[in-house]
Write a protein that binds this ligand. Sequence first.
Ligand SMILES: Nc1ncnc2c1ncn2[C@@H]1O[C@H](COP(=O)(O)OP(=O)(O)O)[C@@H](O)[C@H]1O
Ligand SMILES: [Mg+2]
Length: 178
Amino acid sequence: MKDFALHILDLAQNSLRAGARFIEIHLVEEVENDLLRVTVEDDGKGIPAGELEKVLDPFYTTRTSRRVGLGLPLFEAAARRSGGGLEVTSTPGRGTRLEATFQLHHWDRPPLGDMAGTLLTLIAANPEVDFLYRQRLNGKEFTFDTREVKAVLEEVPINHPEVLGYLRRELRENLQEE
Ligand SMILES: Nc1ncnc2c1ncn2[C@@H]1O[C@H](COP(=O)(O)OP(=O)(O)O)[C@@H](O)[C@H]1O
Ligand SMILES: [Mg+2]
């Protein structure tokens, strides 16, 4: 079973493959509704209307390197197992939005996993892309925005090893599940 960090790494890679320059990820609990809502929104090339209904089919992929595309079907299956579901909306030329819900206290609800590792991997390999990550879990809220980091860094690249080391400590400290 995959944790959220691995699912989100996968989903963000779809966005990157679609040419996204900005990816916004939310993982936010609604305690009053016993719900965990996960959204991934990008400004990539989008999904043509005729293909939207196929993206949850495990045998659909626009990749040429592999014949099955499992990222979205596995994420949807995880949401359904936890008493929720997945909705995909997309506007060609504008971007794509995924919204998944999970029952917060469901037995099968995935754990958070190494979200700091996911964000660092994405940032290290895609310094020109911006990421906004917002998490609200166990009553604690944390927001991380690479645009703010870049504004402070000025001309130092965000994937400079010393910057990544600093971000690793900062993210690890703030993104523990407990
Ligand atoms: N954020 C996105 N933007 C544009 N197209 C997407 C996005 N996410 C998924 N897709 C489309 O849906 C297909 C299936 O995605 P996925 O299930 O993750 O499998 P895979 O990435 O292996 O193809 C992709 O090949 C792509 O065509
Ligand atoms: Mg994928």
